[in-house]
Design a binder for this molecule. Structure first.
Ligand code: GLP
Length: 266
């Protein structure tokens, strides 16, 4: 695991964009796993800028989103499909037929989840998966207690997640109680994982996930078992990490000596 403590949200987003850009240079037809939430908005803004100003090409890219609320249609302003269109897809040259976001209104949810897993396999698997983290340690919507081997399925949201996400809805009662989400096991199959977290609100759970025990109670802690994870936090998000000085030292040494090794396992 590499943990990078950036000074600011903007720096966090830029380093993440560098990693995605490097991946697209290496493989223009990369399969990107994408996340929603306020955390990756800066990353998406930076990717859009690079597309518009520097021609960063997404024409061959295939995308898979982590999750979607049950029963929300893509046209619903709080659906994750709508969020992705607004923040990324509408502003880059990704081919719409290469975009995959779980359908919240799928008739047969189990069948849909099975199909989604197969689509990821047919695309050759996810090259790089972007993740945020919920205040209760969830990745995607893998709430506490989710099996670390879980696959794409329907999940019941915790009260805390409903409250956290109520800020995007007019009323807390409007927040869906269920979501379709990739499982922890699905996420762990990505070749590379990029976890982002900013703000003081995330400091405790980031420390628990990275430096605490691996447990199904904190689904992000399962990332400790993955062979290629880069965690990028801002100064506040990283403020509770016990080994912060060591992570900062590694980052400085890499920047000074071999910048191309940032985000590589060393
Ligand atoms: C939701 C999403 C997660 C996301 C989390 C954090 O629950 N399902 O994928 O990581 O929110 O959101 P934010 O980035 O807004 O803190």
């Amino acid at each position: 695991m590499e943990t990078i403590i950036a000074d600011t949200y903007e720096e966090m987003s830029r380093i993440a964009a560098d990693m995605i850009e490097r991946q697209l240079m290496r493989k223009p037809s990369s399969v990107l796993g994408l996340a929603t939430g306020s955390t990756p908005v800066g990353l998406y803004r930076e990717l859009v800028r690079r597309h518009k100003e520097q021609g960063l090409d997404f024409s061959k890219v295939i995308t898979f989103n982590l999750d979607e609320y049950l029963d929300l249609r893509p046209s619903h302003p709080q659906s994750y499909r709508y969020f992705m269109n607004e923040n990324l897809f509408n502003h880059i040259n990704v081919d719409p037929k290469n975009i995959h976001v779980p359908y919240g209104h799928a008739g047969d949810v189990e069948e849909f989840c099975e199909w989604y897993e197969q689509e990821i396999k047919r695309a050759g698997g996810i090259d790089i998966q972007v993740l945020g983290i919920g205040a209760d340690g969830h990745i995607a919507f893998n709430e506490p207690g989710s099996s670390l081997g879980s696959r794409t399925r329907l999940k019941t949201l915790t009260k805390q997640t409903i409250e956290d996400n109520a800020r995007f809805f007019d009323k807390a009662e409007e927040v869906p109680r269920f979501a379709i989400t990739m499982g922890v096991g699905t996420i762990l199959e990505a070749r590379e994982i990029l976890l982002l977290a900013n703000s003081r609100k995330k400091a405790d759970i980031i420390a628990e996930a990275l430096e605490g025990p691996i447990t199904a109670q904190v689904s992000a802690s399962a990332l400790q078992m993955h062979r290629h994870v880069t965690v990028i936090v801002d100064a506040e998000g990283g403020s509770k990490l016990k080994r912060a000085d060591y992570y900062k030292w590694i980052f400085q040494e890499k920047k000074r000596l071999i910048p191309r090794l940032i985000g590589k396992v060393t």
